[in-house]
Design a protein around this ligand. Structure first.
Ligand SMILES: Cc1ncc(COP(=O)(O)O)c(C=O)c1O
Length: 388
């Protein structure tokens, strides 16, 4: 038989494949972080794509520079300045084929086998899989409702830990739903600057606040010398285009663009120009508030159902945006063991363990409120409660 590479054997892979394959027929899925299709701007895209194919097939259907189509890069640089209050130099931003590709490019650029990466515990399963595949040692730093416990990272660094980078999701974290508070943001930048540790900031959910409250400054805007920001259009536009960006220190960005020549060489031109045209026409300013309102009302529906069905038995995080809440089961319950019965009862979720690099998570699970219709959360939680 064939002998597979060491890096091919990593334990999260089956979990992600299950999520991407979708729920079994009839099941109500609270598993994946799939954006709700009701937020997909099909009518506007219909017109934009027709125009791009008619007027500029030589750009939209052609290979593009690894760093991105020049006009798209300009648009992204402007957008970064508008939304985050800091303008990246042209060499400090590059286009990627989504957030996950940016993580993969970082692994290729920064990690040798045996290198250490620090992460929030719990954290995004896809990132953990990438770090495992790069044969990195992953160190989990605890979180609480205010985000990463920066003091715990400080202790690790002061004890001599030397991670190649720290991976964090500061807003509406996947899977916990928690947001990193302002004081900790400032402390984190200062700490990592002092120890020479690169911060990789994944802003996948940053623009998905439930309300209009002023958003916290991005880590990149606070410390562009020590932060590499990985952004994506998957949650605010649609994952089908596979488009994102990396912004940060020019030497890191240049390595990412070079590494991209070993993956897909360039992000698809059609998707790049679709995002640019959509954005320049001002559609994001109209569409994103609608999407945010939809997820906010989904969360209210899920929270009410949780309170009603599980309020006396479980606790859960209170997200202020994004797609997820993190639920803690009663003492002695096991989210892995419960899963088969839950699926049988017609409801799916992701058990806690795949979100940890080390042991942990059996008493926890992630619920997504992005994908079901608003009226389905009641029934989904009822099914789960009956199994519990
Ligand atoms: C925190 C986080 N980062 C990155 C991604 C991947 O995004 P993309 O579709 O851009 O690869 C996801 C998707 O679920 C995510 O939750």
């Amino acid at each position: 038989m064939y002998e597979f590479a060491r890096r091919a054997q990593n334990r999260g892979a089956a979990e992600l494949a299950t999520i991407l394959a979708g729920p079994p027929p009839g099941a109500l899925s609270m598993s994946g972080g799939f954006p709700n299709p009701a937020t997909f701007p099909t009518a506007d895209l219909d017109e934009i794509v027709a125009r791009l194919l008619r007027d500029e097939p030589g750009v939209a259907l052609q290979y593009a520079p690894s760093e991105g189509i020049p006009s798209v890069r300009e648009y992204l640089i402007d957008r970064q300045e508008r939304l985050q209050g800091r303008r990246p130099e042209p060499e400090a931003l590059t286009v990627t084929s989504g957030g996950m590709e940016c993580i993969a490019l970082l692994c290729q650029s920064l990690l040798d086998p045996g290198d250490t990466v620090a992460v929030e515990a719990p954290t995004y399963l896809g990132a953990l899989m990438a770090f495992a595949a790069a044969e990195a040692e992953v160190v989990g730093i605890p979180m609480d409702a205010s985000g990463l416990v920066v003091d715990a990272l400080a202790e690790r660094l002061e004890a001599g830990a030397r991670p190649k980078f720290l991976y964090v999701i500061p807003e509406y974290q996947n899977p916990s739903g928690w947001t990193l508070e302002l004081d900790r943001r400032n402390a984190l930048i200062e700490l990592c600057r002092r120890h020479g540790v690169l911060i990789v900031e994944d802003v996948a959910y940053r623009e998905m606040a439930f309300d209009d409250a002023t958003s916290l400054p991005s880590l990149w805007s606070l410390g562009p010398d020590v932060v590499l920001q990985a952004g994506t259009f998957s949650k605010i536009f649609c994952p089908g285009v596979r488009l994102g960006w990396a912004a940060g220190p020019a030497n890191v960005v240049a390595q990412l663009a070079a590494a991209k020549q070993l993956t897909d060489q360039c992000a698809g031109g059609l998707g790049q120009r679709m995002v640019e045209e959509y954005g320049r026409a001002g559609h994001f300013e109209r569409q994103i508030p609608r999407a945010r309102a939809l997820y906010a009302s989904h969360w209210r529906a899920l929270a009410a159902a949780l309170e009603r069905e599980l309020g006396d038995r479980c606790t859960w995080s209170e997200p202020t945006g994004g797609f997820f809440t993190w639920l803690t089961l009663p003492e002695g319950s096991d989210s892995v063991a419960l899963r088969a019965a839950a699926t049988e009862a017609g409801v799916t979720y992701v058990p806690g363990p795949p979100f940890y690099a080390a042991d942990g998570g059996r008493g926890e699970l992630r619920l997504s409120f992005s994908h079901l219709a608003e009226g389905e959360y009641d029934e989904a939680v009822r099914r789960f409660a009956s199994v519990l």
